[in-house]
Design a protein around this ligand. Structure first.
Ligand code: SAM
Length: 292
């Protein structure tokens, strides 16, 4: 079949052939916009023989373009109706190799993945891996933190998510989107906002617009030795984002004079609001609080 899975006609034909209905509870919104799919493959910078882990291949719209770009794809899926469709509809040969030499499906919740075991000898996880996914939106942040914490040797995570979440991940200080999620992610990974995707690029169409971001390992790690404490400090600092940092820090330092002295010592204005602090200023803040 020469028509891409990610084109509306082919997707509709697959839906009809298998009497499919998109499962809302699994966050199923299939991409039917080839330009967007190709833009994701490009954002992930897929090169021949790249090792890719895809989360939620669905009917294979993105998977197919990853394979055609030369990737070897290990995919995690939970919908038991999909293995038959994927094995029938994906190209049976890619660059002269059989599908099963280029694609391996693991029917498992990605949050319960054991990458080493699941990859077997299909991928060599000592070598770099790229992660690419049009994520089920209801578990976007758990998946991101799970992947960051995993022992995977990944060079990038290219992920489609709700636009609002993408904006939070890539937010700059002094903006509405800047908050605990921003700092939790930016303290661990570099974030690049790749592209916006309109809701009309999906079938069925989600209520919200989407966006693709790419996370890559930080070249310079921030000076954080206790991430749990760092995340906690950030959450407390933003507990009431309209109030001053000083006000929010009452939780840590109840005495007003002491607190104001502490904030001044950090070189911060007493009226500063949490959203005005940069990542490095939060790093110093957490360090100083821990040292007290
Ligand atoms: N990649 C396809 C595309 O772009 O058209 C489908 C994307 S759809 C937004 C999300 C996919 O993730 C669905 O196929 C769904 O069944 C799958 N999924 C949902 N929860 C999952 C989980 N916990 N682990 C792995 N896959 C999951």
């Amino acid at each position: 079949n020469n028509i891409a899975i990610g084109s509306p006609v082919r997707t509709q034909a697959i839906i009809n052939r298998y009497f499919m209905h998109a499962k809302k509870n699994l966050g199923q919104n299939f991409l039917v916009d080839l330009n967007t799919i190709k833009a994701i493959v490009q954002a992930a910078d897929i090169q021949k023989d790249d090792q890719v882990i895809e989360i939620g291949p669905g009917i294979g719209s993105l998977t197919e373009q990853l394979l055609l770009a030369g990737a070897k794809v290990l995919a995690y899926e939970v919908d038991q109706d999909l293995p038959e469709i994927l094995h029938n509809e994906l190209p049976q040969t890619i660059g002269g190799q059989a599908l099963d030499q280029r694609f391996k499906l693991v029917m498992k919740d990605v949050l319960k993945a054991n990458f080493q075991e699941d990859a077997g000898n299909f991928l060599d996880l000592n070598n770099p891996v790229k992660i690419v996914a049009n994520l089920p939106y209801y578990i976007t942040t758990p998946i991101i933190f799970d992947l960051i914490k995993s022992d995977l040797n990944f060079v990038s995570l290219t992920l489609m998510m709700q636009k609002e979440v993408a904006q939070r991940l890539s937010a700059k200080p002094k903006t509405k989107a800047y908050g605990p999620l921003t700092l939790a992610v930016q303290s661990r990974m570099h974030v690049n906002f790749d592209l916006e995707v309109m809701h009309t690029s999906f079938m069925p169409q989600p209520k919200v617009d989407s966006a693709v971001v790419t996370l890559t390992p930080l070249t310079q790690k921030p000076d954080i030795d206790d991430y749990q404490f760092f995340d906690h400090v950030v959450k407390i600092a933003f507990a009431q984002r309209r109030k001053t940092l000083s006000n929010n820090l009452k939780t840590f330092i109840s005495d007003k004079n002491e607190r104001e002295q502490f904030i001044t010592n950090l070189g911060l204005d007493l009226k500063v609001r949490p959203e005005e602090l940069t990542l490095n200023q939060f790093v110093s803040l957490a360090k100083a609080l821990k040292a007290r």
